[in-house]
Design a protein around this ligand. Structure first.
Ligand SMILES: [Zn+2]
Length: 143
């Protein structure tokens, strides 16, 4: 079991509700939500994330990401964000191990933060069926 401590990783305007990242107040379009430093970890079937005193077992949910046989990369809190085919955020690579999480549209309070997993295709090794309920849902996300 690998434990990753992400305490104090959440921006002031975001909270964790079950396994979803929710806004606590509105976020303007094209706003920098936070900067995320990526982490490289040895492969392990079970990863727990500890965030604000809560432990989240990533092996039991769909946010789990596998890079290749030897390395698994968790991009900070983005590993807790759901995929959407009509996402409200995007991750922009800033530096070798740094990403900016930015809003694509205006996001109201109490909305879930999502991004399009296909934009981080290097993290994934297989496709998955999508049920994001977006009118633009691609049904199968291929990498
Ligand atoms: Zn979808």
């Amino acid at each position: 079991m690998t434990r990753v401590n992400l305490n104090k990783a959440l921006p002031y305007n975001v909270t964790l509700d079950e396994n979803r990242l929710m806004t606590t107040e509105p976020i303007k379009k094209n706003e920098l939500i936070c900067t995320i430093k990526s982490r490289l970890l040895p492969i392990d079937k079970d990863i727990s994330i500890i965030l604000d005193g809560k432990t989240i077992d990533l092996s039991s949910n769909k946010h789990f990401v596998v890079l290749n046989d030897n390395i698994k990369e968790l991009i900070g809190i983005s590993c807790l964000m759901s995929h959407s085919c009509s996402p409200n955020t995007r991750l922009i690579k800033k530096d070798k191990n740094e990403y900016n999480l930015e809003s694509l549209i205006y996001i109201g309070a109490n909305e879930e933060l999502t991004y399009d997993y296909a934009t981080l295709r290097f993290l994934f090794t297989s496709s998955f069926k999508c049920e994001c309920f977006s009118p633009h849902c691609r049904k199968t996300i291929k990498f």
